[in-house]
Design a protein. Structure first.
Length: 321
């Protein structure tokens, strides 16, 4: 899976990329999610894009912000960009949503997106309702990898990490956060080759329930241990409070499917997403009959076939590099 297109909507708002000065007219500040992209701005440094944005757009009315490619020539790390945004936080009292790294595969592979500690975002914007992050490990380039520290945040409703290799430290930190308003949590766990060293044990505080009382959607996706996750989900207390569960994009086989069928009922869910899987036809039919027949929408699309090399089979997640 590659990110072929940029966001069209974010936080319920149409995405509008800031044009070069003198270009098209600008919409009202609060009517769109503003996307900043050094390529679209004429290949100028991000500090100049940021200054142009704050000069031309009434920042006090901005509700959502999307950061696209922040480098104009050679790729650079995100940290200076984030520091610039945080330094101007007082100018954005209405900001409720931030997405870091709306970058396509042609612009930069997800495994090469060098991120940083994103905790200051939550500490600096106490009214933020949605935070999305794409990227992960710095791939040994000497830069700071994606990280998070446990925090309490009263307003956050949506937290999303998209990664081909989500560090276990981030997963553990999420489980240690106090997020009483959190309704949606998505974690793309990825593979160990690209820094995805989280274990099922790291997920235990999330799966235990109670940590996030408002949680209604949980996504534990894109994992090379998807069968183990399915087995943990089968008896996880958190499932009872969910309306939707997403175990897609990973290496889910019949063993994981059997665990789901033998575990607690999933028929209270409105949606169960298992797309991009390695289930056999018989197992997929059993899941559809057991869960889908009760009215739950079950996504079993994108069935994959293992790659075979000599006498071995190789299964793959949807997003890694």
């Amino acid at each position: 899976m590659a990110f072929a297109d940029h966001f069209e909507t974010f936080h319920g708002l149409p995405v509008f990329t800031l044009p070069e000065p003198g270009g098209e007219s600008l919409p009202a500040a609060g009517d769109v999610a503003w996307r900043l992209d050094c390529f679209e701005a004429g290949d100028i440094p991000f500090p100049e894009v940021w200054r142009s944005f704050t000069d031309r757009v009434p920042s006090a009315e901005v509700r959502a912000l999307v950061i696209g490619p922040w480098w104009e020539d050679e790729y650079s790390e995100l940290r200076p960009v984030l520091e610039l945004i945080l330094a101007d936080a007082g100018r954005f009292p209405a900001l409720r949503a931030l997405f870091l790294a709306d970058v396509t595969g042609e612009e930069c592979e997800i495994s090469w997106l060098q991120l940083t500690d994103v905790t200051p975002v939550l500490e600096t914007f106490p009214l933020l309702e949605e935070l999305g992050v794409r990227g992960g490990d710095s791939q040994g380039l000497g830069e700071e990898p994606l990280s998070l520290r446990p925090v309490r945040h009263e307003a956050l409703r949506v937290l999303r990490f998209e990664s081909g290799g989500l560090p276990g430290q981030v997963v553990r930190a999420v489980g240690a956060c106090e997020l009483p308003a959190l309704e949606r949590l998505d974690l793309w766990l990825g593979v160990e080759t690209y820094g995805g060293d989280a274990t099922v044990a790291d997920l235990a505080p999330i799966l235990a329930g109670g940590r996030f009382p408002a949680l209604r959607h949980l996504g534990l996706q894109d994992s090379e241990v998807q069968d183990e996750i399915a087995a943990a989900i089968a008896s996880a207390p958190v499932v009872a409070q969910l309306e939707s569960l997403d175990l897609s994009m990973g290496i889910l086989t019949d063993a994981g499917g059997e665990a789901l069928l033998r575990g607690q009922p999933l028929t209270h869910l409105k949606r169960l997403d298992l797309h991009h899987h390695f289930l056999g036809d018989s197992m997929a039919e059993r899941i559809e009959a057991a869960v889908g027949s009760a009215g739950t929408e079950v996504d079993l699309s994108e069935r994959q076939e293992p790659h075979r090399w000599r006498d071995e089979e190789w299964r793959y997640v949807a997003v890694s590099e």
